[in-house]
Design a protein around this ligand. Structure first.
Ligand code: NAP
Length: 484
């Protein structure tokens, strides 16, 4: 891939860069201007087949899984070092592709990627089995082996982090991968392939196939040569992926949509909570599965919190993602702005009080929307219940702890949840009752490669990060050796 702004991306299959079999290409757009900045190859089933065949050959040839965990760890550490050395270019590409502010790309996307590779390098050396004492006249033990060919399908909002959260543990465990990034945001995946090559990842072990979900994604889901599906994306497409995996009886990890609540109890430190609340819905321009776009406030604090938010959010700096002072950049695509506009219009029709924002921003032709706070909506409003995936916060009042918990748990999603309180007993009591894969107390979006994350209910199943992620890329075999 060329690394100037005249993007010219190819597929990375079996350690080689090539065009798609059909020769088709798709545009790459800079969301901060709406300008086409280049094209990437648009794969189809033939290319997917080639990638899976290359991955299968690499797996069978044991170029990767046959190495010791320590050897794999060395290469994962080399990848981490190369990401560090090439941080400027990765920041530039991710910002250009997704519209993320460069400050965010550096402090979150790139740094988390380095941490994940380093963490998974450590995990690669811990893969072992256990001896089991049984009454059998036998020596019995378990071993953990890689699954084989992993299809990694990732969404548009955190391309680098979410591909790493699959590729790093899958590689650590000795698997091989075919990665399909979102068609709108393929650049960091292609650049990472150049780093895999330089780090010494053998040909065929990681393959990157760019193209559309209904073609490339669907072909991967249905491919008999794929052994595991690692999917992150919407609940709607996740259901299709889970159905395909179910029909073929393949293991699958489902990281799906979210619509988390942040609860502010009457005993909360409000000044501290405000920062977390704002981070929870403007971070990544609200295109954040683990965002907290539903704010639940104890009634005595309700108007105070709404007033503070209206002022503070109006001061959040929105603008060019290349400006280091920018906090909120454009949305990743025009269609996302249109979706936010529809939800805000619906909120107005339903009597919601827009206390700040509520409009598209006309800046350089980019896909901008003002951070928006909407008070007074009923709990059954679609604006409250559905995943908007934009910089929009709804605020509702509650009277009792039980009511707050019921409201927080009252959507179909269960990815993240959180509360603000100075009462330690309440923190534990409420965390216990919140239906979510991760609960934050007195802050938001504290994530670490050591802490598993994933969802319950319509937010999916399976966990990324932590030893749990590594385990999900292995299969257990019991070996029983007769002793007589
Ligand atoms: P999406 O539309 O579901 O797409 C996700 C991936 O699936 C993309 O690579 C997409 O390809 C592909 N895809 C689309 N149609 C497909 C099909 N028929 N068969 C196979 N693959 C297909 O999601 P998105 O809009 O990119 O991302 C936003 C969603 O992801 C939100 O719901 C968000 O909450 C969720 N998310 C969840 C997590 C988590 O960890 N739980 C993290 C981030 C995002 P194309 O884009 O190329 O069509």
């Amino acid at each position: 891939m060329s690394t100037n702004d005249n993007i010219d991306g190819q597929l990375y299959i079996d350690g080689k860069w090539r065009n798609s079999a059909s020769g088709s290409r798709s545009d790459v757009v800079d969301p901060s201007t709406g300008r086409v900045i280049g094209t990437v190859a648009e794969a189809d089933r033939t290319d997917v087949d080639d990638a899976v065949t290359a991955a299968r050959a690499a797996f069978t040839g044991a170029e990767w899984g046959g190495r010791s965990g320590r050897e794999r760890a060395r290469i994962l550490l080399r990848i981490a070092d190369l990401v560090r050395e090439n941080a400027d270019e990765l920041v530039r590409l991710e910002s250009l592709d997704v519209g993320k502010p460069v400050t965010l790309c550096r402090s979150v996307d790139v740094s988390t990627t380095i941490e994940q590779y380093e963490y998974c390098a450590a995990l690669a050396q811990t893969i072992d089995g256990a001896t089991r004492r049984t009454p059998l006249p036998a020596f019995a033990y378990t071993r953990r082996d890689p699954l084989g060919v992993v299809a990694a399908i990732t969404p548009f909002n955190f391309p680098l982090i979410l591909s790493t959260s699959k590729i790093a543990p899958a590689l650590a465990a000795g698997n091989v991968i075919v990665h399909k990034p979102a068609e709108e945001t393929p650049l960091s995946a292609l650049f990472m392939a150049t780093l895999f090559e330089r780090a010494g990842v053998p040909a065929g072990v990681v393959n990157v196939v760019t193209g559309s979900g209904p073609v490339v994604g669907a072909a991967l889901l249905e491919h008999p040569g794929v052994d595991k599906i690692a999917f992150t994306g919407s609940t709607e497409i996740g259901r299709r992926a889970a159905s395909a995996a179910g029909a073929a009886l393949k293991p699958v990890t489902m990281e799906l949509g979210g619509n988390a609540a942040q609860i502010v109890f009457a005993d909360a430190d409000v000044d501290k909570a405000i920062g977390a609340i704002i981070k929870g819905f403007v971070f990544n321009t609200g295109q954040f599965c683990m965002g907290g776009p539903r704010l639940l406030v104890a009634r005595p604090l309700y108007e105070t919190v709404v007033g503070i938010l209206a002022e503070a959010v109006a001061g959040v700096r929105v603008g060019d993602p290349r400006d280091p002072a920018t906090v909120v950049g454009p949305m990743a695509a025009q269609r996302h702005v249109a979706k936010v506009e529809e939800y805000v219009a619906l909120a107005r029709r339903e009597g919601g009080r827009v206390v700040c924002g509520g409009e598209r921003l006309d800046l350089d032709g980019g896909y901008y929307y003002q951070p928006t706070v909407i008070a007074d909506l009923a709990d059954d409003s679609r604006v409250v219940q559905e995943e908007i995936f934009g910089p929009v916060l709804t605020v509702q009042a509650f009277d009792t702890e039980d009511e707050a918990i019921a409201l927080a748990n009252g959507t179909r999603y269960g990815l993240a949840s959180g509360l603000h309180t100075t009462d330690l007993a309440r923190a534990h009591r409420v965390a216990d009752k919140l239906q979510a894969g991760i609960v934050w107390v007195n802050d938001w979006a504290m994530l670490d490669p050591a802490m598993p994350f994933g969802g319950v209910k319509d937010s999916g199943f399976g966990r990324e990060y932590g030893p749990e992620a590594l385990a999900s890329y292995t299969k257990v075999k019991s070996v029983v050796i007769a002793l007589d």
